[in-house]
Design a protein around this ligand. Structure first.
Ligand SMILES: N[C@@H](CCC[C@H](N)C(=O)O)C(=O)O
Length: 285
């Protein structure tokens, strides 16, 4: 086993500009550490990304071996600061795009309409391939009211578990763009002992064809800072928006800084849909 990442293949991809370095590592042999992940994600001295997606055979990783019968591949997700997270909704779509473009998806799995199931630290997730990729994420659990502090202002919000922890805070129309997310919002460590991703969300009056509700969101991600999109955050936002309206079904269009995602809820089902592209491949020096 090598002691450095030198010579390792990589790809770079993004989903609504939530960007990732992808490391194909079928046997789980790369010596990945928090420091090396942070160096890869450094936007000046590294490749630059919000996180790393390591592509490992489920059978070869202790966090996924129990899922190996149902999913050949495990998304080993790391945040830009080197911390490990349980879930990444945009990461799943980029991971699936990588699998198909790299020829790692079995059979006809690369063709439009085909479904691919992968393992994550929060369990199995299945995506339907196409120009956009639609992933069955399951409905986040809503865990009650709490709040965030930003610039000395308190924002009441709802805690949600989308496989990873979220806090969804509605803000008045017109305030979203002016929020200063250069520093982490304050959150209650009792409610969030492992930190949280914080979404600020506001209604958008213009209707979106095919959607029942239209909102805009900005997010401060645990382990990455403000990012241009967060798929699991969109799931949490959709669950909160529909929940507060007393609805159990509907499609929510969510504008993020990097584009638009949709979340379609129907009972326990939540399908997150949006684009995912691979933009570069190379070899680490
Ligand atoms: N951007 C991701 C979420 C990545 C993990 C998150 N920062 C955490 O620590 O939970 C997404 O698209 O869901």
């Amino acid at each position: 086993m090598s002691t450095t990442l030198a010579g390792a293949a990589f790809a770079k991809g993004h989903g609504t500009e939530n960007d990732f370095v992808i490391l194909p590592d079928p046997d789980g042999a790369l010596p990945l550490t928090a420091e090396r992940v942070a160096a890869l994600c450094d936007r000046r001295a590294g490749i630059g990304a919000d996180g790393v997606l390591r592509v490992v055979r489920s059978a070869k990783h202790p966090d996924a071996a129990a899922q190996a019968d149902a999913a050949e591949w495990f998304m080993d997700y790391w945040n830009a600061d080197g911390s490990i997270a349980e879930m990444c909704g945009n990461g799943i779509r980029v991971f699936l795009r990588y699998l198909t473009e790299a020829g790692l998806a079995a059979g006809s799995a690369g063709t439009a309409g085909a479904e691919i199931t992968i393992a994550t630290r929060s369990g199995l997730r299945t995506g339907r391939m196409g120009e956009t990729i639609a992933v069955q994420m399951g409905t986040p659990a809503l865990l009650g009211t709490t709040g965030a502090q930003l610039g000395g202002v308190g924002y009441p919000g709802v805690a949600a578990d989308a496989g990873n922890p979220h806090l969804v805070c509605p803000v008045p129309a017109g305030e979203l763009a002016g929020l200063d997310l250069t520093a982490p919002p304050g959150i209650d460590p009792v409610v969030f002992p492992h930190g949280a991703n914080v979404e600020f969300v506001t209604e958008v009056p213009e209707p979106v064809p095919g959607a029942d509700r239209h909102v805009a969101m900005r997010v401060y991600e645990r382990g990455a800072g403000e990012t241009r999109s967060c798929g699991s955050g969109v799931c949490a936002v959709a669950a909160v928006v529909l929940g507060e309206a007393g609805e159990t079904a509907g499609t929510v269009a969510v504008d993020v800084l990097g584009g638009r995602l949709t979340a379609t809820v129907d009972g326990d089902s939540l399908i997150l849909a949006g684009p995912a592209v691979i933009v570069a491949t190379g070899t680490l020096a």
